[in-house]
Write a protein that binds this ligand. Structure first.
Ligand SMILES: CC(C)(COP(=O)(O)OP(=O)(O)OC[C@H]1O[C@@H](n2cnc3c(N)ncnc32)[C@H](O)[C@@H]1OP(=O)(O)O)[C@@H](O)C(=O)NCCC(=O)NCCS
Length: 199
């Protein structure tokens, strides 16, 4: 994977569309989406680790180092959702799927929300920014693989214009977490832009 995509951040401080929780713990104006920086990494890494622990987010068994993350994820298309208190609530990032020029506009993404902030629209906020940013940068396809058990992520992506390409039967075996040792099936999803790569 390289960082050849020469896009720039879409620039908007995304107005929070976050739904107010039943406890009223988060108001609709409390969250902004910002470019991810090295300073965010400690909190991003904790959120990444929490997702890994569920066993339904990724085959990875531990978050990478910041150096590896920074090297492999496109710098113009990685974001954090930040509460007014400064707490990072979630993150999204993507990487090119291939070095081949023909696939220059195809990326694979990940989106993770802190367990305490899930179910309030933060994931949707992050995906919205990723889609805007990548489309502005000429990316025409965003793809990802989701575990078939991860119905919340499937729902989130369906809501944001992703379609199911197909399912992969027992494509890999989990090495850690609650499903360690089990062969897992995934669902390949993609979102084809209607504004980028249409000439
Ligand atoms: C998947 C994930 C990113 C979703 O983020 P989120 O901020 O909780 O999602 P949203 O609040 O935007 O909700 C997305 C949809 O799922 C639904 N949803 C959210 N939490 C839910 C829950 N616990 N039970 C049922 N549905 C739920 C929402 O109602 C919403 O659907 P709707 O638009 O029809 O109302 C988050 O759950 C997460 O980080 N999980 C762990 C890491 C992971 O699995 N990442 C995805 C793999 S890359």
């Amino acid at each position: 994977m390289s960082e050849a995509c020469a896009a720039s951040w879409s620039g908007a401080l995304v107005p929070a569309m976050v739904r107010v929780s039943q406890t009223g713990a988060m108001s609709a104006d409390d969250v902004v989406v910002l470019p991810m920086t090295a300073e965010d990494w400690p909190q991003v890494s904790v959120i990444y680790a929490a997702g890994i622990e569920t066993g339904n987010a990724t085959f990875e068994s531990a978050p990478p180092s910041w150096v590896d993350f920074d090297r492999t994820r496109l710098p113009d298309h990685r974001f954090v959702a930040v509460h007014a208190s400064g707490t990072v609530l979630g993150w999204v990032a993507c990487a090119r799927v291939s070095e081949r020029p023909v696939y220059a506009g195809v990326v694979e993404h990940s989106v993770y929300v802190h367990p305490d902030a899930q179910g309030r629209g933060v994931g949707g906020l992050l995906l919205t920014e990723l889609i805007a940013s990548t489309e502005k940068g000429g990316v025409w396809t965003i793809q990802s693989s989701l575990f078939e058990e991860n119905v919340i992520s499937q729902r989130l992506h369906e809501r944001h214009g992703f379609r199911v390409v197909g399912s992969r039967r027992r494509i890999g075996r989990s090495v850690a977490g609650p499903h360690a040792g089990r062969w897992r099936s995934t669902i390949l999803i993609e979102r084809r832009s209607q504004t980028a790569g249409v000439d």
